[in-house]
Write a protein that binds this ligand. Structure first.
Ligand code: CO
Length: 161
């Protein structure tokens, strides 16, 4: 496994729509492993392929319950709403208030191409929405009702220790 470079805000690739994965081969498995390692190394809860420079519909998530790999994911159902503070590994130091569904059902393929459904709520639902947005070229500031001020970001870091 290897760490990949995380693409930062300002790079055009973050605004592009990703293509579906068609080949479920060793190259995909290496990418998934690398993305997970890169995400963990950066203390993130989710990472999408465009954030490592690849326009493919691939997401990794870990909200503390172990790795989740989503290939060609689609949100097929949502319910409820949650307000919360959101950040992104491609936007270091930036945070915003983003309303997301409280629950989502996602249909995706695993690393072997098998279809499955994932139901998530709270932080997992937020992560699914945030990462799948990336696959459509949408970054969280576009979804934010407002961005936090530098003073609020400082306060947030103090709370998080
Ligand atoms: Co992000």
């Amino acid at each position: 496994m290897a760490l990949r470079n995380i693409v930062k805000n300002g790079d055009d690739i973050l605004t592009k729509v990703c293509r579906p994965v068609e080949k479920f081969n060793a190259r995909l498995w290496t990418l998934l492993d690398d993305m997970y390692e890169t995400m963990q190394n950066a203390d993130g809860v989710g990472l999408a392929a465009p954030q490592v420079g690849l326009l493919r519909r691939i997401v990794v998530i870990d909200v503390g319950d172990g790795p989740i790999e989503l290939v060609n994911p689609e949100i097929v159902e949502t319910s409820g709403f949650q307000d919360g503070t959101e950040g992104c590994l491609s936007f270091p130091g930036e945070w915003g208030e983003v309303t997301r569904p409280m629950r989502v059902k996602v249909r995706a393929q695993d690393r072997n191409g098998a279809f499955f459904e994932l139901e998530g709520e709270a932080l997992l639902a937020r992560a699914c929405c945030h990462e799948i947005d990336h696959l459509n070229g949408i970054c969280f500031p576009k979804r934010a009702s407002r961005m936090l001020t530098p003073e609020e970001v400082e306060e947030l870091h103090r709370k998080q220790g």
